[in-house]
Design a protein around this ligand. Structure first.
Ligand code: NAG
Ligand code: NAG
Length: 311
């Protein structure tokens, strides 16, 4: 009986020892997944948790590495931090007793997307935790134009909707005034720019004679939620009658009419002035004491004109 008890006791000791050698008295806890926006800071949040048996540990090594990258992005070893550019310790006052192991990516880019591991070695054992960084970027407001610029009746045409600067790859959908989906009549192309962001361009084919007054281009992100939309009114080309859709077409005649009206008004004012002057002259002349005043005035005006032409 005693030997069985001893065996159980030994077994328990071995189990605990095995557990400790694997996990010791420390655990690294990380957020499972975090979302980072391109161009902004990302905090990969991890902390060191101590088991009840230990109250005080000293950190010897911290290593932050990214899956698929040979060298670690950040290492603490022999009392010194070695950091790749763009990576930093989140806690500014970090020391060997700090439990906050979080890493800060100062300006997130598409290439930062991925899995990260934080390994810690302390004088009470080692542990590691991992976290996923999901990088996102918002698409710019979409812009729509038609080909040709003026939709010609009895001719096929198309609408082009473009957006960019987004990540991951999104989608463009087309809706008409009644929210009927026309995406099946469109073709979308996604291009990745050097910074990894996506440029989306969709072409919607409009069959002759079946064009609506209004179309909506809607941008969806990779998770399938609507990000932005823009309404576009194709401007039809008309043979006769004034154009109402393109402002330049009615602005030009307005300018002509306007300047004609102003010209006529000026002419009218000038004529009236001349008439009143002619009518006044005989009556004002007797009131003036010095008849030379009139020529002086004329001279002054001429002088003014001379000055202008000199400049
Ligand atoms: C980091 O994690 C800690 C503990 O889990 C939490 O209290 C804190 O709010 C987190 N910080 C951020 C910025 O997520
Ligand atoms: C670590 O420090 C950073 C910066 O002060 C803070 O945002 C984060 O929540 C801290 N994380 C934990 C786990 O305490």
């Amino acid at each position: 009986m005693a030997s069985i008890g001893t065996c159980l006791f030994l077994f328990a000791v071995i189990c605990v020892a095995a557990g400790n050698s694997k996990n010791d008295f420390v655990t690294v806890n990380c957020d499972a997944e975090i979302v980072g926006m391109v161009g902004h800071q990302s905090l990969l949040n991890c902390s060191l948790q101590l088991s009840a048996e230990v109250s005080d540990v000293n950190i010897r090594v911290v290593r932050w590495s990214k899956k698929g990258r040979k060298l670690p992005v950040m290492v603490y070893y022999e009392g010194k931090w070695n950091k790749a550019p763009g990576y930093d310790v989140a806690e500014s006052s970090w020391n060997e007793k700090s439990s906050n192991l979080s890493m800060l990516i100062t300006s997130t880019s598409v290439t930062d997307d991925g899995e990260y591991t934080c390994t810690v070695v302390t004088d009470s054992g080692r542990s590691e935790g991992s976290t996923s960084l999901r990088v996102r970027a918002k698409y710019s407001p979409p812009e729509v134009h038609s080909i040709p610029e003026k939709i010609i009746e009895n001719q096929d045409s198309s609408l082009i909707c473009e957006t960019g600067g987004g990540y991951p790859e999104g989608k463009i959908r087309w809706l008409d005034v009644h929210d009927k989906d026309w995406t099946a009549s469109s073709e979308m192309e996604a291009k990745q720019t050097d910074d990894g962001l996506f440029q989306l361009s969709s072409k919607l084919l409009l069959k002759r004679g079946s064009t609506f007054d209004e179309y909506k281009c809607v941008v969806y992100n990779a998770r399938g939620s609507k990000e932005m939309e823009v309404t576009f009114k194709p401007s039809p080309e008309k043979q006769k009658g004034p154009e109402t859709h393109n402002p330049t077409h009615y602005v030009a005649p307005l300018v002509v009419i306007g300047s004609l009206a102003v010209g006529l008004l000026l002419l009218l004012v000038l004529c009236r002035r001349r008439q009143t002057q002619l009518a006044r002259r005989p009556s004002t002349r007797p009131l003036m004491n010095n008849p030379q005043e009139v020529p002086t005035q004329d001279y002054d005006v001429e002088k003014g004109d001379d000055q202008k032409t000199d400049q």
